[in-house]
Design a protein around this ligand. Structure first.
Ligand code: ADP
Length: 195
């Protein structure tokens, strides 16, 4: 897996939307741990049974379970040339696991795109999504908990990736197109540096 692009940001920042757009335009596989977990819940697997109540409470599924699930996904033939990660890593421990998984195949994290959006806007967006998509973790209480968990466990990844020199912060409080344009140019800049 030569190249990994990580999208990271608070719930509701639009990282999933941006990750799918980039995946489509660059022809790279997108891996969303949230979607993978929802797939397990829908199929009623053992992992799904454990994950369901945790996700509904707004907490994080334990690192070891998520990392094992991700490892399985990365073993697929479609993940050979790289992937765009959305919603992973979400903790410092997961970031270390990702590094280890990538190292095994000679890859590394090339870009970390941090989609930054103020809290007030996030709550608005998530409540709107609750009405549109009916996701069971988009209730007012769970949204507050997910934001709290994000600040505590996930936000520290910004410092980690900034010190590694791969972090690009993008203002996510703009139209999908404007954010996507910045994402494309950040990825292109990085490719030019690598080439
Ligand atoms: P959002 O970013 O809007 O919160 P996701 O689909 O990425 O949505 O995640 C939904 C839920 O799935 C999270 O609140 C968490 O419970 C679980 N989850 C997703 N990815 C991870 C991960 N990498 N580690 C632990 N839990 C995760």
């Amino acid at each position: 897996m030569p190249s990994a692009i990580v999208f990271f940001g608070p719930p509701g920042s639009g990282k999933g939307t941006q990750a799918s757009r980039l995946a489509a335009s660059a022809g790279i596989l997108q891996i969303s741990t949230g979607d993978l977990l929802r797939g397990h819940v829908a199929r009623g697997t053992a992992l799904g049974a454990i994950a369901k109540p945790i996700m509904e409470s707004g907490a994080l599924v334990p690192d070891d379970l998520v990392t094992r699930m991700l490892k399985e996904r990365l073993a697929g033939p479609d993940a050979k040339s790289g992937a765009i990660f959305d919603g992973y890593p979400r903790t410092v421990a997961q970031a270390r696991s990702l590094e280890t998984l990538l190292k095994e195949t000679g890859g590394r994290v090339d870009n970390v795109l941090f989609i930054d959006v103020p809290d007030a806007i996030l709550v608005d967006r998530l409540l709107k999504r609750a009405t549109l998509e009916g996701r069971s973790d988009d209730t007012k209480e769970t949204i507050a908990e997910r934001l709290r968990v994000y600040r505590e466990k996930t936000a520290p990844l910004a410092d980690l990736y900034a010190s590694a020199g791969v972090l690009v912060t993008i203002d996510g409080d703009r139209s999908v197109e404007a954010v996507a344009a910045d994402v494309e140019s950040a990825v292109a800049r990085r490719r030019a540096v690598k080439a």
